[in-house]
Each structure stands twice: as structure tokens, then as C-alpha cells.
Write a protein that binds this ligand. Sequence first.
Ligand code: GRF
Length: 196
Amino acid sequence: TPIAVLISGRGSNMEALIEACADPGYPARIALVLSNNPEAPGLETARRAGLAVHAIDHRPFARDRAAHEAAVDAALQQAGAEIVCLAGYMRVLTPFLVSRWAGRMLNIHPSLLPAYPGLDTHARALASGDSHHGCTVHLVTDGVDEGPVLAQARVDILPDDTAETLAGRVLAEEHRLYPEALATFLRDRNPHDVAP
Ligand code: GRF
């Protein structure tokens, strides 16, 4: 299944997806890596992996979020993407793009949703005195970090954790969870699609 991966920065979750797709038995291949940030370090990583990359800077679109999304959607269509994986894509989507890709757009979020949607999830989990934290892969719907949960991974919070140490352990789980959740999602969707 051809997928597009949308990033804004480092792109380590994208890298985990690239590695998974290198296995011929994995049910996805990356048709496009797209970023709203032309300086995203992940774009270079994707280029080096030989992938089609595209940056559509949101800034020239100023307040015209709809026009930026129309350009993003056109690039996704042109690449032949059937599924979109948000991987650290730091733009809130409008109902236009969400409805275009309803049921076909996944996101990874660094918390055990519905706990801590939004930013600074690790610091918030620590400040609340939680005993555990984690990450979630979910389908994208109109509410930010809402939508049906596909998979979660749990991480124990240790007594001397900082937001950084906790984020590091959650990120390691993200890298395992996202490729696994995507594969399960694709196989459930199309049981005969064993190889790309
Ligand atoms: C990850 O923690 C992801 O869950 C969150 O933003 C971070 C992106 O990291 N949405 P990377 O760009 O995948 O390295």
C-alpha cells in the first residue's frame, strides 16, 4: 500500500517507518515524505533513503490554511498515496483535509490518549504524579489528538525521570509501535495485501 509520511522536524518516527518498509513482507511502501517545514532535518534523512520528498512551506500561505492544505492534498494525490501517516507533523488540520482522508490518516501521539492531548505531554504526566505514560497510534478525526485508538504502548515512570529521560523512553516505544500499528491496520483493511 502506498503511504505518505508527513513530518515537521526530526523525523525519527518516519525513520522507523522507512526501516519497516525496507522489509519486503511489510504491507506498505513510502510514496512520499512531505513536510510543511523546508528545513526539517527529516527531509534530508528521507532524501538519503532515496524517497520522494516534498516541502510545502505553510508560511507563504499566511493565514490561508485552506490553500496550504489544498496544496498538501494535491501532492498526496499526485504521489498516489492511499494512507497518510502523520509523524511529528506540527500543523493542526482543518476539517477539509481530515474529511478527505477520513479512516485513512493515522497519527502518533506521545501520551496514553485520551490523557494529555496537545503539547508537553511528558512534563504534564510528570507534574500529575502519574505512575505510567506512553504513546498512542490513532486515526485522525476533527478533534486534535482524538479519534479511534489503534494501538498503545505503556512506559513506567521512574522516580528520577525528567521530561527528557521520559520522552526518550516513550520515543523508543513510538518507533516500535508505529510500524506495528500501521501494519496491523493495513492487514485488517485488506487481508490479501501481504506485500506491497
Ligand atoms: C514524537 O514524539 C511524536 O509522537 C510527536 O512528535 C514527536 C516527533 O518526533 N507527535 P519525530 O519527528 O518523529 O522524531
